[in-house]
Design a protein around this ligand. Structure first.
Ligand code: DX5
Ligand code: ZN
Length: 221
């Protein structure tokens, strides 16, 4: 099965959002990646609860909400979370990560555990029963336009092997951060299934967006 694209909406300026959304619908982009940042868990603010509500009026594409916020279990009800969509919380962002994961599942959404670059894979050991996907940060979270941390590539292949050995081939791996055309190829080979496409790929200024998406699809096929 081919890789799926999760377009990183923090890379779309306000004036271009509707144009990008029409292009993503035309090209069958599978998810819209929504980076929510609280200025505490990560040193940046980006999109928020009102943005999620507004986006729903502009596009039917399912959301992939990436919560880079402290104690997400206390704030999930603030967001318009829909059944079947991905919602990721960071292992490092709460003392009660299982509670956060369980609350996402209670809403009918697909729980995704996000791991910062240095967080060991043992973090998943008592959570896989409750997960639909695992997000591997390939940059330190907070900003677009960064460079992939090289050792995160091996982390993706270690994770894929670990999950397959557990008989959890169903758990998807998402890569987030500097998912460039060249890096996406290596991430695909390492076992990535969902690609957070940002300024390194489909939000490029070098070609039109339709062409960039077609080129990206060839890389993650
Ligand atoms: C990083 C963000 C990503 C991504 C943006 O915190 O979560 O959305 O880095 O895309 P790039 O890295 O390609 O600019
Ligand atoms: Zn993200």
């Amino acid at each position: 099965m081919s890789g799926k694209i999760s377009a990183s909406m923090m890379c779309a300026g306000p004036a271009e959002t509707e144009r990008y959304l029409k292009c993503f619908e035309r090209n069958g982009v599978e998810y819209l990646h929504i980076d929510i940042m609280d200025g505490c868990f990560v040193p940046n603010y980006t999109l928020g609860t009102d943005y999620v509500k507004a986006l729903r009026k502009l596009s039917p594409i399912p959301l992939d909400i990436h919560l880079m916020i402290e104690r997400p279990e206390e704030k999930l009800d603030w967001f318009d979370i829909r059944p079947g969509e991905y919602v990721s919380v960071h292992y490092e962002s709460t003392r009660h990560v299982h509670r956060a994961i369980a609350k996402i599942a209670e809403k009918g959404a697909r729980p995704m555990l996000a791991l910062n670059p240095a967080t060991p894979l043992s973090a998943i050991d008592y959570l896989t029963d409750d997960l639909a996907a695992i997000l591997i940060m390939t940059v330190n979270p907070g900003f677009s336009g960064q460079k992939m941390i090289p050792q995160t590539l091996g982390k993706i292949s270690d994770l894929r092997r670990r999950l397959d050995e557990m008989g959890r081939g169903d758990i998807e791996i998402e890569a987030d951060g500097n998912v460039s055309f060249a890096n996406a190829q290596k991430m695909r080979a390492a076992g990535t299934g969902i690609f957070v496409a940002g300024t390194s790929s489909i939000f490029t200024k070098e070609t039109d967006t339709d062409t960039a998406i077609r080129n990206f699809r060839d890389v993650i096929a």
